[in-house]
Design a protein around this ligand. Structure first.
Ligand SMILES: [Zn+2]
Length: 266
């Protein structure tokens, strides 16, 4: 079965992972800018990271026939110092010219602090100014529902179309509100904790398959770059129609991402 993994941090994964993903049917991935497992000491560290995301990773992915797209931002975990964050944000406009950039992401909140919220609003303004799609990170550590609502309120106060915004890391208690407010929803599959492939299949059975996708969010921590094909198998085991499996793992990502002129599936 073919699929797109619309949220995975390949800079933290090995080349063998690309190979296994290609063998499992991965056609394309999109890689949001995020925390790399350590705090960067200067804005220059982000400049190098953005070059990695726009120059090096697309070539590494192409060796296995996987298309690589990316999103740029300063992540909420490193955005608590507004002066530093603004320096990083000022680097982004030049990189928006790169052919594999789809938008601003993953922006959002980590600990729901005031400074995180200020930088979130400034990056929403950046997306407005440059007419970019938005990929949103919702908090795991603090109150997810409260953080998700704060983020949605900030987004709704902008002129951005909710149909061009995907809110990721939804769970059973946040998915309905995200969809009801017109946003797209992403389910992040984790090997043991939080949303497993089984829980993702439950959520689709309960809330339907419109405006929703799933991803592995594979990164430097415990994560599974094959989580999406595993969820496909779980849906098949439960008797979901092939068309429905294809919709959430290929059709929906394609539909959302195609709103960016840079997303063209070969
Ligand atoms: Zn992520």
């Amino acid at each position: 079965m073919s699929y797109i993994d619309p949220h995975i941090h390949m800079v933290s994964r090995t080349t063998d992972d690309y190979q296994r993903m290609a063998q499992a049917g991965c056609l394309a991935i999109t890689e949001p800018a995020f925390w790399a497992g350590f705090d960067r000491s200067s804005a220059q560290g982000f400049f190098d990271y953005f070059r990695q995301l726009t120059e090096y990773e697309p070539k590494r992915a192409a060796q296995f026939g996987i298309q690589h797209f990316t999103w740029l931002c300063i992540n909420p975990k490193e955005a608590d110092d507004p002066g530093f964050a603004r320096e990083v944000v000022s680097l982004i406009p030049d990189f928006l010219e790169c052919p594999n950039v789809l938008g601003i992401g993953e922006i959002g909140l980590n600990k729901n602090t005031k400074n995180e919220l200020i930088i979130l609003e400034e990056q929403i303004a950046l997306a407005e100014k440059y007419n970019q799609l938005v990929l949103v990170h919702t908090p795991h550590l603090e109150d997810k529902l409260k953080g998700t609502r704060l983020i949605m309120d900030a987004l709704s106060a902008s002129s951005l179309d909710p149909g061009r915004i995907l809110i990721d890391h939804v769970e059973e208690h946040t998915v309905t509100e995200v969809l009801d407010r017109g946003f797209w929803a992403g389910m992040t599959l984790y090997p043991d904790t939080k949303v497993t492939p089984q829980r993702a299949a439950d959520i689709i059975e309960m809330y339907g398959n419109e405006r929703i996708w799933m991803n592995s969010a594979g990164d430097w921590g415990c994560s599974d770059p094959l989580a999406v094909p595993k969820a496909q198998l779980e849906m098949r085991r439960r008797g979901h129609a092939q068309a429905s499996i294809d919709k959430v793992t290929l059709g929906n990502p394609k539909q959302f991402l195609s709103q960016s002129p840079n997303f063209k599936l070969k």
